[in-house]
Design a protein around this ligand. Structure first.
Ligand code: NFS
Length: 669
């Protein structure tokens, strides 16, 4: 079944994708003539190519492109490549692309960390406890070393892991013993971060690796170098520099833009520039400059994962998720959109031209035609930030017709692994034991991760429906990325939403005042989920390995290659992982079976595919129940079955319909 739905065709359609705020903006007269992804997806006359979508179009050499049909002799590649080789090769290239993005991001953070350690940036080493813990993990004895020397030594070691040719990655050794032994047995330890991407690109070149299992093995090794390598490095070093997140209140949705302030949105993925903008936006001189042009202040708001980074650590609001990036501009109320890297649609450039908005690129890796480029460099971070903010201030008097919707929702974010340890473990003895105990006694059925993108091919908020169904069934939900933003828009990231949880989970949440859905950060912060899951294993009572835990993960609206790399590192770490609305190998049964079944035998975790929220929930809860049974924890818990009437009835934490929950949240004060 294809769940992609189409909007009304042509100009008259006001796309209402995934949120009422989007519809309100795009239907307003100030968005007239603006074309967004919502319009483009509805105006396309050709459905996605089935060969491409299912993984059996090969364009790795110039004898093709060859469209392959599994089992049809006349429809193999000119070189003789069959569907399995091509599907595995294409899958590998998706993983390589996604992993490379996280790796380059991680390298950027590591280099900025080293510069910071040497005193060459305006940032500082904020979390010295985490610095010491991380140094120990890298085999550095922190005794008698001052913060500067220790940070320099750590920074150098971390940076060297990117170009390393032999050995392994230090953070991999955080995994449970049993998992490390399995990786040993499989010979799958990544040797260096960059090396695994290069090797995967080599193996998938025409005429190299042609055995599907061998290709998928390297894809798994490359993904591990992302999750337990680059992504974990990005998260941990960002925490040390900018502070490890603690629970923090904020708002999400387009309504966080302000009528009477200079609105600057930061979009992309890296925290370094956004942190500098945050520091400068509060400077009295900058605020005075904004006042001179008639604004009351400077309003910094995030889009995509840069948004999640500064939400987690600073409490800055998020104006929009991936599907909202053009819509945020179509309010006509944004003076500058500042972008760094990843998930930035080219479409933001023409949309910005409809208004006074200046689109500013800041990374030489990511330039966009029509944008102003101001190169960001860490050593002059504050000067660059001031230049950007001054440009935005200058634009404020030019703001013309605009429309800021009222929609915004209260959220609590900031659930790092350390915070979960502290909150669920109690004030005096931080530990995962109470969480484990509540899983063992059945109050909490298990833990589920909902991660990844939102996507213009999926009109409904599957994330939201799924999260509701999981918590009603006593499953604690962890979220990251744009899934977190969508779930936040629906009001599920507030402690009040605990009222929507099943009895057992609610009891636990109310005791600690915790939301039923915990926002753990950006997509590189999925590494926090790996660490939290590892802690659960180490705490005891739930098996010896990650694959024993009553846990499951999913990305129901995935869009980017990064999501596939994330999915593969979870699978290779032993986690059952469901993707939707499609999976990139489905034109080849043997490769799909390998991913959905064989990988389970190899890694104790595998891929699966679902489309509706209900289907996702059923599959994930079944898996959680299976793990409970294997652990001998299968005391029967009544299963809450959801039907449409129940979904409608299950309103917002404060009451009201589902529709209200999505976008008619309380206004910011
Ligand atoms: Ni993850 Fe974040 Fe969003 Fe998807 Fe893009 S912003 S890194 S890739 S779309 S969640």
């Amino acid at each position: 079944m294809d769940t992609s739905k189409r909007f009304e065709k042509g100009n008259g359609g006001c796309p209402s994708i995934q949120c009422e705020a989007n519809k309100e903006v795009l239907c307003s007269s100030c968005a007239e003539g603006v074309v967004t992804a919502a319009h483009r997806v509805s105006n396309r006359d050709i459905d996605p190519c089935l060969f491409g979508k299912g993984g059996t179009c090969c364009k790795n050499c110039n004898m093709g492109p060859c469209q392959i049909i599994e089992g049809v002799d006349s429809m193999i590649g000119i070189c003789g490549a069959d569907a399995a080789t091509v599907a595995a090769r294409n899958f590998g290239r998706i993983v390589a692309g996604g992993a490379a993005a996280h790796m380059d991001h991680g390298r950027g953070v590591a280099l900025a960390f080293l510069e910071t350690a040497k005193g060459e940036t305006p940032y500082e080493i904020k979390d010295t406890i985490k610095l010491r813990q991380t140094a120990l993990r890298y085999g550095i004895d922190p005794t008698d070393k001052d913060t500067t020397d220790l940070a320099i030594e750590l920074g150098e070691k971390v940076v060297s892991e990117f170009g390393q040719q032999e050995g392994t990655l230090q953070f991999m050794k955080r995994a449970p013993k049993a998992r490390q032994e399995l990786w040993d047995k499989l010979g799958i330890w990544p040797r260096g971060i960059d090396r695994e991407v290069v090797e995967l690109m080599h193996r998938t070149h025409m005429g190299v690796d042609q055995e599907p299992e061998s290709l998928l093995f390297q894809a798994a090794r490359c993904a591990l170098a992302d999750g337990w390598g680059a992504s974990m490095i990005a998260t941990e070093l960002s925490d040390i520099m900018f502070g490890t997140p603690v629970p923090i209140r904020s708002k999400v949705n387009i309504g966080v833009l302000k009528e009477d302030e200079v609105n600057i949105t930061v979009h992309g993925h890296e925290p370094v520039l956004a942190e500098a903008l945050g520091m400068v936006a509060r400077e009295p001189e900058m605020i005075a400059e904004a006042k001179k042009v008639g604004a009351k202040g400077i309003n910094l708001a995030g889009v995509c994962c840069t948004g999640n980074e500064i939400l987690m650590r600073r409490g800055y609001p998020i104006a929009g998720s991936f599907v909202q990036q053009e819509v945020v501009l179509a309010t006509g109320a944004v003076e500058a959109m500042v972008v760094d890297v990843q998930c930035i649609m080219q479409g933001v450039s023409p949309v910005s031209k409809h208004y006074h908005t200046e689109l500013i690129t800041t990374s030489d890796r990511a330039k966009i035609t029509g944008a102003t480029h101001i190169q960001f460099e860490e050593h002059r971070a504050l000067d660059v930030a001031r230049e950007i903010i001054r440009r935005a201030i200058k634009k404020y008097p030019e703001r013309g017709k605009h429309m800021i919707p009222v929609h915004q929702m209260d959220v609590v974010a900031g659930f790092s692994h350390e915070t979960i340890n502290y909150i669920l473990g109690g004030r005096f003895r931080a530990s995962y034991k109470p969480l484990n105990d509540n899983i063992i006694n059945g109050r909490i059925r298990g833990v589920a991760g909902i991660v990844g993108c939102d996507n213009y091919r999926v009109m409904d908020e599957i994330h939201v429906e799924l999260a509701k169904e999981l918590i009603a069934n006593n499953v604690l939900v962890l979220v990251t990325g744009c899934a977190a933003t969508g779930i936040g828009r629906a009001g599920l990231l507030s402690p009040e939403a605990a009222s929507m949880a099943g009895d057992g989970l609610r009891e636990v949440l109310e005791a600690v005042g915790c939301p039923p859905v915990l926002h753990m950060g950006s997509c590189v912060d999925n590494s926090r989920i790996l660490i939290a899951a590892t802690e659960m294993v180490l705490t005891g009572g739930l098996g010896d390995d990650l694959s024993d835990l009553p846990a499951a993960g999913c990305a129901p609206q995935w869009m980017s290659e990064k999501a596939v790399s994330i999915g593969q590192y979870f699978v290779s770490s032993g986690v059952y992982t469901v993707f939707g609305p499609s999976f990139p190998t489905t034109n080849c049964k043997s490769v799909t079976d390998y991913c959905f079944k064989e990988m389970d035998k190899i890694y104790g975790g595998c891929w699966d595919l679902a489309q509706t929220a209900n289907e996702f929930a059923n599959k994930m809860i079944d898996r959680i129940d299976m793990a409970r049974k294997n652990l001998g924890l299968d005391k029967k818990k009544e299963r809450v079955l959801f039907d449409m009437a129940m979904r409608r009835e299950l309103g917002s934490p404060g009451g009201g319909s589902l529709h209200d929950v999505g976008c008619h949240g309380p206004s910011a004060s």
